[in-house]
Design a protein around this ligand. Sequence first.
Ligand code: C2O
Length: 603
Amino acid sequence: MAARGQMMARLARRDSDRPRDAATGHVTPRAARRRREIGKKGDAGRSGKKEGLEREWLTSPEKVRNLTVSRLCERRVITAVNGKLPGPTIWVREGDTLLVHVVNLSPYDITIHWHGVLQKQSGWADGPNMITQCPIRPGGSYTYRFNVSGQEGTLWWHAHTSFLRATVHGALIIRPRNHSFPFRQPHRQVPILLGEWWNADVGDLEKQAFLTGGGIVNISNAFTINGKPGHLYTRCKNHTYKLEVVAGKTYLLRIINSAVNSELFFKIAGHAFTVVAVDASYTKPYDTDVVVIAPGQTVDALMVTDAPSARYYMASQPYFSSLNGPPSFDSTTATAIVRYADADDAPPEMPRMPAFNDTPTAHRFYTNLTGLRRPGTPTVPLEAEEHMFVTVGLGVLACEPTQVVCNRSRGTLGASMNNVSFRFPTSMSLLEAHFSGFHEAEYQPDFPDHPPAMFDFTNNSLNTDPRLAPLLHTQRGTKVKKVKYNATVEMVLQNTAFVGTENHPLHLHGFNFFVLAQGFGNYNATTARSRYNLVDPQVRNTIGVPAGGWAVIRFVANNPGVWIMHCHLEQHVPLGLATVFVVEDGTTPDSILPPPPPDFPAC
Ligand code: C2O
C-alpha cells in the first residue's frame, strides 16, 4: 500500500451567502461559526477588496493529514481533499467569484479542473495539466480564481493529472441568483456522486498499463455512490450511502458521473425521474425511470417520493458499449438506500437494471433530451464558419522508448482524433506557449479538419483490410486547431471500428456546445442535415459519441485561450484521445486573454 498525502483546498468566494455544511448544503451552526472565524482573518485584504466582501470559506474543519479509508474490507491511503471521499461539495450562486486556494500536501503533482465552468477570461484557472498550467508540485500551492456568471446547475471539480481524479473530486453546485428554478422548487437537493474504486494505487495501475503497452488499466473492484459501494459487495456491507426521505415531497438529485472509465446506468426502485438539466444546462422536462450518464456528465433529476413507505435501493452499474474492445469490464453494482421516514427494516426493493450492453436504452436517453429555451440564453447558431469532420477511436501506436515491456513488433494500443494521437507537452503548458508566442517549440497549429482518408468507418472488417493498415496505425503529435475569436465551429464526431467500436464521452473545455444530431453507422451529410435539431437542441459539455456511430455538435468560440477536448474515459487520454483548440484574441477588451496570475505554477 503506497503512502499518499493529502491535498487541502480552502475555498473563498465573493458572496454574502449563508454558510452551509459542505457535504449536505444545509446551513449548520458549526459551519456558520467556522465561516465567521475564518472570515475575520481571511483573504479580504489580500485581494484588495473591502473587508467582508471577499471571505474565506473553509469547507471542512478537517486538518491536513493523510487520509486512510476502508473500502471492501481493505484499508488504503488515498489522495483526497479536506479528508473526504468524495471531496467537499462547493455550493455557490450564479455570478459568484470563487477563489480556491489549493495547497498540495500530497506527494504527487496536482492540478484541479472545474469541469463545465466556462472560464470566461480566466483560462489560467481551467486546470488541465500541461494544457493551461504546469502542475502544482508537492508542497506548492495555487489559487484558482474564476467566476460562474451565466451558469447554473450541477458541475464538479476533479484532479486533471493522470488517474488522481479517482479520489480527488467533488461537486460544484451553482444555484440561481435572482430567480427560482424553471421547475417546481424541490424540498431538498441531494448531490449523488457515482464513482469507481480500485483495491490498488491508481497511479500504479496507470503506470503499469503504460509500461506494458496494453494501454488498458485493470478493471475496477467496485462502483460507489457518494463514495460507498453498498450491500451487493459480499464483504463489509456497512459501507452504504443512505438517503432519508419523507413521503410526498420532490427531491432534486444532482447526479454526477465521477467514475474513471465507466459509463453508468442509474435507477431507483419504485421511483421515476423527471430530468430537468444535464451538464448544468436546463432541459425540457423528460420523464424516465433510468438515467444514463457518461464520465464527466451530470444529470439533474426530480424524484417524487410517492411510493409506499419502505426502503428502496438506488443502483449504479456500467453501460459497457465496447465491441471487440477491452476484454473485460467491472460488472459489479453499487447500491445505496432510499429510506422513507417511517419505513420498517424489510429488505429494500432492487431496481431492474438494463443489460450492460443495452445500447438502445442508452441511446434513447441520450437522444431524447432537448434544451429548455429561456430568455437571455444563447440559441443555436444556424450556420458555422468552421466545419470539422473528426474520427474518434482506438488504434495502434509504436512503442515509446520508455514503454519497457511493450511488444515492439505489435505496438501498443493507441487512440486518436483524425489519426493524431495527442501528445502532451512536457516543458511548458500550451496556454503559456500560446500567450508568450513560443508555440512552434510546443505545438503545431495543423490539427486536420478531416481524417487522412474517408472509408467505411464503422465496418469491423477494416481491422483486417491491409489497405487500411496505415490508418489503423496512428502517430503521436501535439497538434492544435486554431480558431478565430467568435467563430462558430461545427464538429462531426465519427467513431471508428479500429480495434473496436465504443461510446467515447468527449468533453470540451471552455465551452458548452449544442448537440444537433446523433446516429449509428457512417455520418451521411445529406440524410443527417435534415435531422439537425436547430430549434431546441440539448446543451452539453460532454457528449457520448454513439458506439459505431456519430454525433454533430456546434459551439461559438467566444473564449480566447487554449482548450482541450478529450475522452473522459480516463484511460483513453494517455492513449492520445484528445485534441486542443487555440482560440485567438478578439479586438475588444473583453475578448483578450489576460496575463497569468502572479502565483501561476512554474514548470
Ligand atoms: Cu472533467 Cu478535462 O475534464
